[in-house]
Write a protein that binds this ligand. Structure first.
Ligand SMILES: Nc1ncnc2c1ncn2[C@@H]1O[C@H](COP(=O)(O)OP(=O)(O)OP(=O)(O)O)[C@@H](O)[C@H]1O
Length: 290
C-alpha cells in the first residue's frame, strides 16, 4: 500500500493529512538554460528564507525540483545547502529557534500546512545523512520498522516482501540475505549507508534527500552509492548535497549553486559545469574559492 499525504488513496476520501493536489500557485522557475525539458515539478520552493534565531541563513530561495531527476545542491561551506535541504521535509522544525518563511509545495500541496503531519511527510520525503545512522537493531528490523509503524503490511509475509524488495532496490540484498537478523551496525560503512537507503525506500517515499551521503565512505563504497543513486532516479525525486564537483557532475541532471545563503543559479548540470551564467559559479566550480 502506498500513501501520499497530498493525494487521497484510491477509493478513499482521505484523512486529515490527505488532500487533493492543487495546481501550483506560482509559475515555474525556468532558467535561461532551459534547453533540456524539465520533468514534472515535484517540489516548488518559493521565496524561502530560514532564520536561526536572529541570524538569517537562507534568503528568498525559489527553486523547482523536478521528479525522477537528481538535483545537486552545491556551494561553499556554510552557504545554506543543508538548511535548504531540511526545509523540504521540515527537519528544520526540530531545531530550536529555527524559523522558515516562504512556501514549499510538493505535488501542489503546502508542506508547511498545519494539517500536514511531519512524521508522514518525512516518510514521504526520506532523508539520508552524511554519517550512516542505522538503528541499533537487526538489518531486518531497520527496514521493517517504518512499514510497521505506518501500517504498510498486513501480515508477516507482506512485511518480509517489503523488506526484501527495499534491500534489493538498495543493492544490498545479495550481501545480507543470509544475515538479516544480525545487527545493522555490524555492516561496513558503505553497506550501512545502503541499509539506511533501504530503510527510506521501504516506506515508499516519493522524494529522497541526501546530505553528503558519501563523505564518510571510501571510493569503492562511494561508487556503489553513486550507481545506486542513478538507478533510484528512475523512480524517485532525488536531491543531493555534495561538496564534490565531480560527484555532482556524475550523478545529477540539475544543479543549484548556493553562495552566502542565496541561490546564485540553477540549470542543467552539464550547462552549469561547462557554461555557467554567473561569474561566482564559474569561480566556485573551477576551485577559485570554497
Ligand atoms: N542549528 C543551527 N543553529 C544555528 N546556525 C546554524 C545551524 N545550522 C546551520 N547554521 C548556520 O546556517 C548557515 C548555513 O549552514 P548550512 O549547514 O545550511 O550550510 P552548508 O552549505 O550545508 O554547509 P556545509 O557545506 O559546511 O555543510 C551557516 O552560517 C551555519 O553556521
Amino acid at each position: 500500500m502506498k500513501f501520499n499525504i497530498f493525494r487521497a488513496p484510491e477509493g478513499q476520501g482521505g484523512g486529515s493529512a490527505v488532500r487533493e493536489p492543487a495546481p501550483l500557485t506560482t509559475a515555474p522557475v525556468v532558467g535561461a538554460h532551459a534547453s533540456a525539458p524539465l520533468g514534472p515539478i515535484k517540489i516548488a520552493a518559493r521565496d524561502v528564507s530560514v532564520f536561526y534565531g536572529d541570524k538569517q541563513a537562507l534568503f528568498d530561495v525559489s527553486l523547482d525540483i523536478p521528479d525522477k531527476t537528481v538535483t545537486a545542491l552545491i556551494g561553499p561551506s556554510g552557504c545554506g545547502k543543508s538548511t535548504f535541504l531540511r526545509t523540504m521535509n521540515r527537519m528544520n522544525d526540530t531545531i530550536p529557534g529555527c524559523r522558515v518563511t516562504g512556501r514549499i509545495e510538493m505535488d501542489g500541496g503546502d508542506i508547511n500546512d498545519r494539517k500536514i503531519d511531519p512524521v508522514l511527510l518525512r516518510a514521504q520525503v526520506g532523508m539520508v545523512f552524511q554519517k550512516p545512522n542505522p538503528f541499533p537493531k537487526t538489518i531486518y528490523e531497520n527496514v521493517a520498522y517504518g512499514p510497521k509503524i505506518h501500517g504498510l503490511a498486513t501480515s508477516k509475509g507482506e512485511l518480509d516482501d517489503i523488506v526484501q524488495k527495499a534491500l534489493k532496490r538498495a543493492g544490498l540484498w545479495e550481501e545480507v540475505a543470509d544475515r538479516l537478523h544480525s545487527p545493522g551496525t555490524g555492516l561496513s560503512g558503505g553497506q550501512q549507508q545502503r541499509l539506511v537507503i533501504a530503510r527510506a525506500i521501504a516506506v515508499e517515499p516519493e522524494v529522497i534527500l541526501m546530505d553528503e551521503p558519501c563523505s564518510a565512505l571510501d571510493p569503492i563504497a562511494t561508487a556503489k552509492i553513486e550507481e545506486l543513486i542513478d538507478e533510484l532516479r528512475e523512480r524517485y525525486c532525488i536531491v543531493i548535497v555534495t561538496h564534490s564537483m565531480a560527484q555532482a557532475a556524475r550523478v545529477s541532471q540539475r544543479t543549484a549553486f548556493f553562495h552566502m545563503g542565496k541561490l546564485v543559479e540553477t540549470g542543467d548540470t552539464e550547462e552549469i559545469f561547462t557554461n555557467p551564467r554567473e561569474r561566482r559559479t564559474l569561480d566556485y566550480i573551477t576551485g577559485r574559492f570554497g
